[in-house]
Structure formats: structure tokens, C-alpha cells
Write a protein that binds this ligand. Structure first.
Ligand SMILES: [Zn+2]
Ligand SMILES: [Zn+2]
Length: 150
């Protein structure tokens, strides 16, 4: 099923330029949390006018507008996700793959002792994916890191 990036941009009142459509369409076709370099390598031969800076600026604009989300599970690399529904990210410490996990109702409970107004929540899990090591008993060690911004 093909998603329509152009339609999505107009839903968010963003002028659908060719570059923006191409970048968003790539993200909507690849839910692999690509970084700027990956998007650039995938699109640059098809669209030679698309520079890395342009891609970065488009991704920034799209994540600021809520069309996509910025995933900061890597300390050094910003990754981008066209799936803005509530989900948790798992990163394999060995192969670096990032896997989406759904959030079940009320499965994450946080006591908001400071009466903070929380707009978004990022939860990152780190461990070993089944390809790197088949799960024997309970081998997955999770590190929780939550972040609220704005
Ligand atoms: Zn792995
Ligand atoms: Zn994701």
C-alpha cells in the first residue's frame, strides 16, 4: 500500500515541494528510522539537486510540524520516523537495528509528582535482537531513558 506524501504535507499545511515530497515519501516507504545520510544516499542519485543540508532542513521542518518524529535513541545520530503513533523504540546493541514496539494501554505508568505538562514521551530500550542472539531465558537487559520536551 502506497502512502501519499503529498496529501500528508497538505494536511499539515506544508507546501508540497518536490524535495519535501521525495523525503517524506522515502520515510513513509521505509519505517527503518533512517538518518540524514541514509535518506541522502537513497535519494541523491534520483534527485541530484537534493543536498544533504536540504534533506536535513526538510526533516527538521517535518518533525517540528509533527508530520514525522525525530528519534534520538542514538547519541550521535538523529533518526527520523514517519510513524508518529505512540510506540517505544528498541535498539540492538550489537547490530544497531532499531525496532518498533507497540505500547499497550496503561503499560507505562509514570508518577507525575511535579505536575508537569507532558507533551511527548520517548522511551528507549536497549538490548539484543533475536538475530544477534536467540533469546534463551531472560537475556534482554533494558535501559530505560525517558525524555519529555517542550
Ligand atoms: Zn541485533
Ligand atoms: Zn519508530
Amino acid at each position: 500500500m502506497k502512502n501519499n506524501a503529498q496529501k500528508k504535507l497538505s494536511e499539515f499545511n506544508i507546501k508540497p515541494s518536490l524535495h519535501r515530497i521525495a523525503v517524506l515519501q522515502y520515510l513513509m516507504d521505509h519505517y527503518t528510522h533512517p538518518d540524514v545520510d541514509t535518506v541522502f544516499n537513497a535519494l541523491s542519485h534520483k534527485i541530484p539537486t537534493l543536498s544533504k543540508t536540504t534533506i536535513y532542513n526538510i526533516l527538521k521542518l517535518l518533525s517540528k510540524s509533527g508530520v514525522i518524529r525525530c528519534v534520538t535513541i542514538d547519541e550521535k545520530t538523529q533518526r527520523f520516523d514517519a510513524d508518529t503513533s505512540e510506540h517505544v523504540h528498541f535498539k540492538c546493541k550489537h547490530c544497531g537495528k532499531i525496532i518498533d514496539l507497540p505500547v499497550l494501554d496503561n503499560s507505562i505508568k509514570i508518577k507525575n509528582t511535579q505536575k508537569l505538562k507532558i507533551d511527548e514521551m520517548d522511551i528507549f530500550l536497549y538490548g539484543t535482537c533475536p538475530l544477534c542472539k536467540p533469546p534463551s531465558k531472560k537475556t534482554v537487559s533494558n535501559a530505560l531513558k525517558s525524555k519529555s520536551s517542550k
